[in-house]
Design a protein around this ligand. Structure first.
Ligand SMILES: [Zn+2]
Ligand SMILES: [Zn+2]
Length: 331
């Protein structure tokens, strides 16, 4: 497809496998907002003609000669990253997601998971827990990792208060992970209708994002605020809601520049940081943790042929909470 246009059927020669690659026969692929950004070429990194899709589940159908840990028929999942350079500081430090070539190494390059067959470096194809349904596993590979990684990297646990800003595809998983890690969890959403669901997912408290007085009452409350939304916010009262050495972690993309009174950072030694999906080791840990704790995304499964309708649904904020596209033989 071309920039910003609807997707249309596209036939291509399957790319040749390199020695560490596997080919995956795709059964399911999650739809993430990053795919929409890719379609719109929001970051100027989209490979056209573009086949989106980076929450991919399927079975290995072909194995490169240097692959030792995967075999034909294995069920695997792939997230945003499809390979890495292997030489940079990030790769050597086992933080492959911080690879200097991460943009070029997206799973959708050259062609992503909204397809029947897909090639990937086997080091970024993960065996999935047996009991995890494929349509749920798909969502864990990007959304699950994106929210689990900062919770673990910044070490939140039983004595900590975590606020999850945004109850959507990312946020509904962040609430579950933070709850499973033993945190006291507050869901912060602009939709009053999401309170009941947020509490059912494990939130101990619920605050309306637009309720300034309620947020102001949280002064010096949170060890971590995890921004999973894509809306602009009144940032200063949220920064004031952090405890000493508290952390605002961004995993969503605000639509405009973030502005807040930086005095909050100084006087409470707070920080604001970003977090990008996660490393290979973190992916394996996340999958095992999700299985052990029974963390399950809420998904709507749609046939791959309805991808344009699925994208409209996502853009209109009607997905609850994540849409997964399934190929014909998997529906
Ligand atoms: Zn994604
Ligand atoms: Zn690298």
């Amino acid at each position: 497809m071309e920039r910003g246009r609807e997707l249309e059927p596209f036939t291509y020669e399957p790319p040749k496998l390199d020695e560490h690659d596997v080919r995956v026969s795709v059964t399911h692929c999650g739809l993430c907002y990053t795919d929409v950004h890719g379609i719109d070429d929001h970051w100027g990194i989209t490979p056209f003609p573009f086949v989106p899709g980076h929450e991919i589940v399927g079975h290995v159908s072909e194995v490169g000669p240097a692959v030792t840990d995967l075999r034909e028929g294995d069920r695997v999942g792939v997230g945003w990253q499809g390979r890495s350079c292997g030489r940079c500081e990030g790769c050597i430090g086992e933080e492959e997601h911080l690879c200097v070539e991460v943009a070029e190494n997206a799973a959708w390059s050259p062609y992503g998971g909204f397809s029947t067959s897909f090639k990937v470096d086997s080091r970024f194809a993960y065996q999935l827990p047996e009991a995890m349904p494929s349509e749920e596993a798909a969502v864990m590979l990007c959304a699950g990792l994106t929210v689990y990684s900062p919770l673990r990297t910044y070490g939140v646990g039983p004595s900590h208060r975590v606020g999850v800003i945004g109850v959507g595809g990312l946020g509904h998983l962040a609430i579950q992970f933070a709850h499973a890690l033993g945190c006291d969890v507050t869901a912060i959403s602009s939709s009053p209708g999401k309170e009941e669901e947020a509490r059912a997912l494990g939130a101990d408290h619920f605050i309306l994002a637009g309720d300034k007085a309620a947020i102001e009452r949280q002064e010096l409350t949170f060890d971590m605020l995890l921004y999973t939304a894509h809306a602009d916010l009144d940032w200063t009262p949220l920064m004031q809601a952090l405890r000493n050495r508290g952390r605002m972690v961004m995993v969503g993309f605000p639509p405009v520049d973030v502005r807040f009174d930086a005095m909050e950072l100084v006087i409470h030694q707070n920080s604001m940081t970003g977090s990008l999906f996660g490393s290979c080791a973190m992916m394996r840990e996340m999958l095992a943790f999700a299985e052990a704790k029974g963390i399950r995304p809420m998904v709507e499964v749609m046939p791959m042929g309805q991808v344009n309708e699925a994208i409209r649904r996502l853009k209109e904020n009607r997905a609850r909470y994540r849409i997964v596209l399934a190929n014909d033989d998997a529906v």
